[in-house]
Design a binder for this molecule. Structure first.
Ligand SMILES: Cc1ncc(C[n+]2csc(CCOP(=O)(O)OP(=O)(O)O)c2C)c(N)n1
Ligand SMILES: [Mg+2]
Length: 594
């Protein structure tokens, strides 16, 4: 590395040194600079799969030790891992190779866009030499064009670029800062013949900060919010995932505490507000809400919503009814009545509102109905979903990180989380298999916390091989896999007994041994509640893998009912879902909403 630092201009003589470090430049290779910037942005690990086009950068990573390389079995899993890592740390990154790797990863990167998760996807790409000379290369369409993958990523990222020696110093910073500020993924192609070239780069570190709000806009916006909240008799707060992404949960709880107002979340934000917080009233999901949450939101005369992005599965199939007087705050803008405020930053807005609102003393926390009545269980009879989730409820402890995949495991949304838990899901994007990759990422970010994965056999089959990476790094999660012979949640849409919803019956419990010969992992295949209790009493000093065998037609009523309603939306009144016995329905129908 050449540290030929020199000073640009004569500013140095007049300004404080710290400010000036920004203007001090030094020579550094493009690859080293990129790795350094990622590290300065808080990234400690890079996920991905090697390929000839990215090996140059990988060698630099190896030589400098700037980041720790976590090789994954596929680029799709690397994208999920980077997402899971970013959920815990605030920024994740992956490295793939041109075309084949980039397109394998694009599902996960699109998911990060949908879920507002900042990740940096770096593709080692074809050399600039080949572009200059028009040389056909592998991992391309062999049609003399170079931009297909860059163009594809334009649709699933907040910013994308092909790096060159001219733009690298500014574009690397622009992309990393954009990802972090917008809470969205970015994509950069690093041509394979430039990672070792030295360019002039800033010597000072990258600073990640949200832009400061416009002073007048912030003041006016906060005044308007405070005026409405103070005038209301039943104000309430509704939280979506951005409250987590912009890290404002503590401000929201402080606000709820000061004003004595209830807080509900939508299911994309489960766990963002500590569920033991006295003002927490549960998940709002239209007619499919927990009753106190529904009443709180729909009878509020001033709702303060944070990052609300409704879709069918977060609104009880569009039955959500937010009050007319709803303030809509987002990461960088706010709507209050007819006014729209730009250039305001969520954290600044919330801190200023918190400071300005008066203390309320006359509103008691709402009482939330206690968790569903417990059923008595036949301990040696076939394991049912009802008994399973009851046992899981007792297993979760404060500080756990929980992962949920698509499927009947959605029942996890109905459990009450102890204090300080983190909940990782992908409700908007919902790509099956996400949770296994995300688990690897989160374990890498926070290996000392206890991680619990809840996944169905169908979802698991998509990304199962990443369990080997988890074992390779000696992580100690608990994997709760439901073996119900296929896609039960889909049977609630269509195909109750059709073969297309069946899958191969793997010996799931044997997989830890397959993936890591000498593993100390404890595997359990359980068919009764008694067996499950045995697995749950195992110590967490190694991976615990619990395969629970259950009936393909067993699912909690809210899960099946949601699938049934989904079929109505998906196929319409002429759809085949109304034919005799073609759809799995709740065994005990849900009580109609009041
Ligand atoms: C990548 C992707 N492909 C297909 C789907 C459609 N899909 C949603 S849930 C599901 C089945 C999940 O089955 P499983 O994980 O076994 O859960 P179960 O309901 O059986 O507990 C499928 C195929 C999807 N969401 N994502
Ligand atoms: Mg299944």
């Amino acid at each position: 590395m050449k540290w030929g630092a020199r000073y640009r201009g004569s500013l140095l003589a007049f300004s404080p040194l710290l400010v000036l470090r920004k203007y001090v430049v030094m020579k550094q290779s493009i690859g080293d600079f990129l790795l350094r910037r990622l590290k300065e942005a808080g990234v400690r690990h890079l996920f991905g799969v090697p390929g000839d086009y990215n090996l140059e950068l990988l060698q630099q990573l190896h030589d400098t030790g700037a980041l720790q390389w976590i090789g994954t079995c596929s680029e799709l899993n690397a994208s999920y891992a980077a997402d899971g890592y970013a959920r815990l740390t605030g920024l994740g990154a992956l490295l793939v190779t041109n075309g084949v790797g980039a397109l394998s990863a694009i599902n996960g990167v699109a998911g990060a866009y949908s879920e507002h998760v900042p990740i940096v996807c770096i593709a080692g790409s074809i050399p600039l030499r080949s572009i200059d000379r028009g040389l056909g290369m592998h991992h391309t369409m062999a049609d003399g064009t170079w931009d297909h993958f860059l163009d594809a990523y334009a649709h699933v990222t907040a910013a994308h670029v092909r790096l060159t020696p001219r733009n690298a110093a500014t574009e690397i910073d622009r992309l990393i800062v954009t990802a972090w500020q917008e809470k969205l993924p970015v994509y950069m192609e690093l041509p394979s013949d430039i990672a070792y070239l030295d360019i002039e780069v800033p010597e000072g570190p990258l600073t990640l900060a949200q832009p400061r709000s416009d002073t007048e806009r912030l003041r006016s916006c906060v005044a308007a919010i405070v005026q409405r909240l103070s005038a209301a008799t039943s104000p309430a707060i509704l939280v979506d995932a951005d409250a987590d992404r912009f890290r404002v949960a503590s401000e929201l709880m402080a606000l709820a505490d000061k004003m004595q107002v209830p807080v509900a979340v939508i299911n994309t934000a489960k766990g963002v507000i500590d569920e033991t917080f006295p003002h927490y009233v549960g998940i709002y999901n239209g007619k499919a809400s927990e009753p106190t949450a529904r009443d709180t939101i729909e009878t509020s005369d001033c709702l303060f919503s944070i990052g609300y992005r409704p879709i069918e599965v977060t609104t009880g199939d569009f039955t959500a009814l937010l009050p007319a007087n709803t303030i809509r705050a987002r990461g960088h803008s706010v709507d209050v009545g007819d006014d729209n405020y730009q250039a305001v930053t969520l954290k600044e807005v919330l801190r200023s509102v918190l400071e300005a609102v008066p203390h309320a003393r006359n509103r008691a926390p709402r009482r939330v109905a206690s968790v569903a009545a417990r059923t008595t269980v036949d301990r040696s009879g076939q394991l049912t979903q009802a008994a399973y989730w009851q046992a899981i409820q007792d297993y979760i402890r404060p500080g756990d990180v929980l992962f949920v995949d698509n499927g009947t495991s959605y029942a996890l949304f109905g459990l009450k989380l102890p204090a300080s838990c983190t909940f990782v899901g992908s409700v908007n994007w919902g790509s099956i298999g996400y949770s296994v990759g995300a688990l690897l990422g989160a374990l890498t970010a926070a290996p000392d916390r206890r991680h619990l994965l809840f996944v169905g056999d169908g979802s698991f089959q998509v990304t199962a091989q990443e369990l080997s990476t988890i074992l390779r790094h000696d992580h100690k999660p608990v994997v709760f896999l439901i073996n119900n012979g296929g896609y039960t949640i889909e049977r609630g849409y269509l195909g109750k007994t059709e073969r297309y919803n069946d899958i191969a019956n793997w010996a799931y419990g044997d997989l830890p041994k397959v993936f890591s010969r000498d593993t100390s992992a404890r595997s359990f295949v359980v068919k009764t509640i008694e067996g499950l209790q045995g697995a749950l009493s195992a110590p967490n000093d190694t991976m615990i893998f619990v395969e629970s065998v259950m009936d393909p037609h067993d699912a909690l009523a809210p899960v099946t009912s949601s699938s049934n309603k989904g079929a109505e939306l998906d196929y319409g009144p002429r759809g085949p879902q109304y034919r005799e016995n073609l759809q799995l329905r709740p065994a005990v129908p849900l009580a109609p909403p009041a």
